[in-house]
Design a protein around this ligand. Structure first.
Ligand code: NAD
Length: 292
């Protein structure tokens, strides 16, 4: 049994903390939102009224927050009041520079730290089947792994500080670009009189195959579980895809990488969001190509 402080009990953090409780850990949680705190309490998480209350007996701290600025602010407060040797795990999706800054801050006061963003969405968070992409020292990774295994099915140590965030945004840049490619192909197929099923049967078993076709096909029919069959209810929202594409572009700028298709994908998802589609599944972007 490990005593865990879990900070950020939103759509992802709530079910992740609940799985830690189910596995027999003592979880004390904190969230700015009273509603989220109440919902977590119902799953067995002990609610703290202020951040420091959650930290008093903690052996490990997990954060699951919206953006880099939140993580840096919360980690600054945490690191003021925890003892040397404490392990901090951040599972939020944030920019690589902020993730690296957070590691430096932890190292300065003798704490272990891991950036460990996830993929798998809220479904994976509830089912405990997330993929964790971790960055940090081998010592931090070894200490965190048993807890990550409670919340996830696949745990990959990607390298040093920030490597987990790097892997996450590279993967999601591929996803954003590939979904746009698949959507364009299906719209072209429609114009050429090709049925969705025929294009799926060919492309899903040929060189065009990819997750965006085989698992998440953006038209209803061929893959019954894809959001296209459920009026594009997410799934993975267009707003989160846009967030990750923008993070990839910040990283490209600061590292000097050339990512012209990533830049174009960020533009297109930006436009799609401006048209009022941020809360729909990202595969609904096919409609924008149809209308164009
Ligand atoms: P969310 O907005 O539902 O949850 C974030 C929570 O953090 C909120 O409840 C908010 O009140 C809390 N919070 C913000 N500032 C705080 C502070 N200073 N102290 C305490 N609590 C604070 O977001 P989410 O969907 O749970 O996503 C969390 C992270 O995981 C994001 O970085 C997101 O990009 C990433 N992510 C989300 C998904 C998904 O499908 N939702 C998938 C993969 C990764």
């Amino acid at each position: 049994m490990t005593r865990i402080a879990f900070i950020g009990l939103g759509n992802m953090g709530g079910p992740m903390a609940a799985n830690l409780v189910k596995a027999g850990h003592a979880v004390i949680g904190y969230d700015l939102s009273h509603d989220m705190l109440k919902a977590a309490e119902a799953t067995g998480v002990k609610a703290a009224n202020v951040l420091t209350e959650a930290l008093v007996e903690a052996e490990v701290v997990v954060t699951m927050l919206p953006k880099g600025q939140h993580v840096l602010t919360v980690w600054t407060d945490i690191l003021r009041s925890v003892p040397k040797g404490m392990l901090l795990i951040d599972s939020s999706t944030i920019d690589v520079d902020s993730a690296r800054k957070a590691h430096v801050m932890a190292g300065e006061v003798g704490c272990l730290s891991l950036d460990a963003p996830v993929s798998g969405g809220t479904g994976g968070a509830s089912a405990g089947t997330l993929t964790f992409m971790a960055g940090g020292s081998p010592e931090s990774f070894a200490a965190a792994k048993p807890l990550l295994e409670v919340m996830g099915r696949k745990i990959v140590h990607c390298g040093d500080a920030g490597a987990g965030q790097a892997a996450k945004i590279c993967n999601n840049m591929i996803l954003g670009i590939s979904m746009i490619g698949v959507c364009e192909a299906f719209v072209l197929g429609e114009k050429l009189g090709l049925s969705h099923q025929a294009l799926f049967d060919v492309a899903s078993t040929s060189s065009g195959q990819c997750w965006s076709i085989n698992t998440y096909c953006p038209v209803p029919g061929p893959v019954p579980t894809s959001p296209a069959n459920n009026d594009y209810k997410p799934g993975f929202s267009a707003a989160l895809m846009l967030k990750d594409l923008r993070l990839s572009q910040e990283a490209a700028l600061s590292s000097g990488a050339s990512t012209p298709l990533g830049a174009e994908a960020a533009q297109l998802f930006g436009l799609f969001e401006k048209l009022g589609n941020g809360s729909r599944d990202f595969s609904a972007i096919i409609e924008m190509f149809r209308e164009a």
